[in-house]
Design a protein around this ligand. Structure first.
Ligand code: PLP
Length: 388
């Protein structure tokens, strides 16, 4: 295993630590030795491997998760006249491509602290009469209940898309991300369960969505550089105005070898989450969302604190434990707030005030989980005594 440079600087336990083994390194070096580094055969190999793993007909490798969502939205037909419903309790990239497209969007509230995802009734409220699309975020990788969302969307005649960035390794009722809506985008950013440094994948079963997204990925040029390099094409046309959302063969090679590790890294995450949950079971000041973590890839371990969240994070910081927040609701950010105006999403806002993300990564040791839970228990007692 390659020693990681961020360990212990400045935290005893970081929020996340990347993991690369010799196979990852050899894969990347192999691409450099091959001499072909832009989109080519490794990209196609990665796309086949992702399509097989997720059980979808098509996968498209692109330069970022945001790019995968942008292409999924465009290829699914979202345009400036569309109206789209999405959660505010998500990362900004679920929304930014919609703002680039210039469509109308509305936020749906999450259902509860225990299930911090949008639900049919909260979506219904935001749909009004005109929305045609819903974007769903399986928070922390929990796909539970997405069948209800799908049924609801089908009944209403609205199209469902997934931001599946948290869903590497998730499998619920035998179904993986990418199969519930008409298309999904997912991130392979450095802190995801598997990574290509930067990168993303669009998953779909729809041939038209796939081929349109593929065209848009590379400036809507009708032949690729690799095809011309191989002598398969001599010329090209540009049939629409597209984007440069290609990823490199270096990223593809890393993604392929990372995907091979997803089985054991997911298992390890589940063991660690199981330990966290057991040790926190009797701490009534902490709410752990969702019931069954065994079907999630557990991208993050998210808890909700009934005692002052910032005081508890501060206490953990003093103990050398890095934490984060998933998420500050999008409508509370300046750039989004000015678009949507004053808006109340009571459950989303309550969840935000209570939420803490604890360290979780496959190379984490059991003692570190014990240390973190010990610090939470001490912190809760101290904060309660201080009257917060
Ligand atoms: C929920 C969610 N959506 C989208 C993205 C965007 O991915 P990227 O940073 O690869 O563009 C992320 C990445 O962190 C994410 O967590």
């Amino acid at each position: 295993m390659v020693p990681n440079s961020n360990v212990g600087k400045p935290f005893k336990i970081p929020l996340f630590e990347t993991y690369f083994d010799d196979e990852d390194i050899e894969s990347v070096v192999g691409v450099l030795r091959s001499g072909w580094i832009s989109t080519g055969p490794k990209t196609e190999e990665l796309e086949r491997a992702f399509a097989e793993y997720y059980g979808v007909h098509y996968a498209l490798f692109v330069s970022s998760g945001t790019a995968s969502l942008h292409l999924a939205y465009l290829a699914a037909g979202i345009n400036k006249n569309s109206t789209v419903v999405l959660p505010s309790f998500t990362y900004i990239s679920t929304l930014t491509p919609l703002m680039w497209i210039g469509c109308r969007f509305r936020f749906a509230d999450i259902q509860s602290i225990e299930k911090p995802v949008v639900a049919p009734d909260t979506i219904n409220e935001a749909l009004k009469d005109d929305a045609e699309y819903v974007i769903y975020l399986p928070y922390a990788g929990f796909l539970d209940g997405i069948d209800h969302i799908k049924k609801f969307c089908d009944d209403k005649g609205v199209k469902l898309l997934e931001d599946a960035s948290h869903c590497h390794g998730s499998c619920w009722n035998g179904i993986r991300a990418g199969n519930l809506g008409i298309a999904a985008g997912m991130s392979l950013y450095a802190n995801k369960n598997i990574t290509t440094g930067e990168g993303g994948v669009l998953l779909t079963n729809d041939e038209l969505i796939y081929s349109r997204a593929k065209l848009l990925r590379s400036q809507c040029i009708t032949s690729t550089s690799f095809e011309r390099y191989q002598g398969l094409e001599m010329d090209y046309d540009i049939v629409e105005i597209g984007y440069t959302y290609r990823a490199t063969e270096i990223q593809a090679a890393l993604g392929l070898s990372q995907l091979k590790k997803l089985g054991w890294t997911t298992e390890r995450r589940r063991e660690l989450v199981g330990l966290y949950r057991r040790l926190l079971e009797d701490v009534e000041e902490i709410v752990i969302p969702f019931e069954d973590y065994r079907f999630s890839g557990n991208y993050i371990f998210s808890i909700f604190s009934k005692v002052d969240r910032d005081a508890l994070r501060g206490y953990l910081f003093e103990k050398g434990i890095q934490t984060s927040i998933h998420y500050k609701p999008l409508h509370l950010f300046k750039a989004v707030g000015r678009e949507v105006g004053p808006l109340r999403l009571p459950v989303t806002e309550k969840a935000y005030k209570m939420q803490i993300t604890l360290p979780l990564f496959p190379t984490m040791r059991e003692e570190w989980v014990e240390y973190i839970v010990g610090a939470i228990k001490d912190g809760v007692v101290k904060i309660k005594h201080s009257g917060k």
